[in-house]
Write a protein that binds this ligand. Structure first.
Ligand code: IMP
Ligand code: MG
Length: 215
């Protein structure tokens, strides 16, 4: 089973005043739960684990937009660094898919694929799906079944975060950065109705902000 860094349910996190948080979000957040530096350090190790397992063959990294874009960019930078500093290297190409399953702070039952490249181009390839967070697991299960119709050679999934929640379908990604408590998280490209992607640290949203940015 994939190892991960566990953030406990009673994790106190860090006071916002200890880090740089955009002024426009100062009153919307409870605390910083994963500082940007820790995200980067864990991502560096995930890159190494992935290359150790999948290396040797061409990898197509598939970014699940929009939430996955920061993690995708940073993970690929670390994979690139490994590629250019060791004797062995693997060609890496990229692809993007956009899915939407959330409204306010609730996962909806429908998972919509709304754009991205033709998945058929992934036929016969080693695909690494890069996702921000797995909650119920429905988004990833839907994506995996769509992808399997295109007959890729291998599919692995890396998710920066997995939420500990009774709503989980039991699905677990192949690589996991952090396991997090059942709260709504924002920052590092994770959003609440499109806000908070422009925040570097992963933070817990407060109830007041859920009202403020509700649609
Ligand atoms: P799932 O289908 O329930 O596993 O939800 C996965 C998707 O919901 C993720 O790709 C996110 O886009 C979104 N999501 C789930 N939990 C959170 C959260 O705490 N903050 C922001 N987005 C979330
Ligand atoms: Mg996502």
């Amino acid at each position: 089973m994939a190892s991960f860094l566990q953030i406990a349910d009673d994790e106190k996190g860090y006071d916002l005043d200890l880090f740089c948080v955009p002024r426009h979000y100062e009153n919307d957040l409870d605390k910083v739960i994963i500082p940007h530096g820790l995200i980067m350090d864990r991502t560096e190790r995930l890159a190494r684990d992935i290359i150790q397992d999948m290396g040797g063959h061409h990898i197509v990294a598939l970014c699940v937009l929009k939430g996955g874009y920061k993690f995708f960019a940073d993970l690929l930078d670390y994979i690139k660094a490994l590629n250019q500093n060791s004797d062995k290297s693997v060609p890496l190409t990229v692809d993007f898919i956009r899915v939407k399953s959330y409204c306010n702070d609730k996962s909806t039952n429908s998972v919509k694929v709304i754009g991205g490249d033709e998945l058929s181009s992934l036929s016969g390839k080693n695909v690494l799906i890069v996702e921000d967070i797995v909650e119920t697991g429905r988004t990833m299960q839907t994506l995996l079944s769509l992808l399997s119709e295109c007959k890729p050679k291998m599919v692995k999934v890396v998710s920066l975060l997995v939420k500990r929640t009774p709503r989980s379908s039991g699905y677990r990604p192949d690589y996991i950065g952090f396991e997090v408590p059942d709260s709504f998280l924002v920052g590092y490209a994770l959003d609440y109705n499109e806000y908070f992607r422009d925040l570097s640290h992963i933070c817990i949203l407060n109830d007041q902000a859920k009202e403020k940015y509700k649609v």
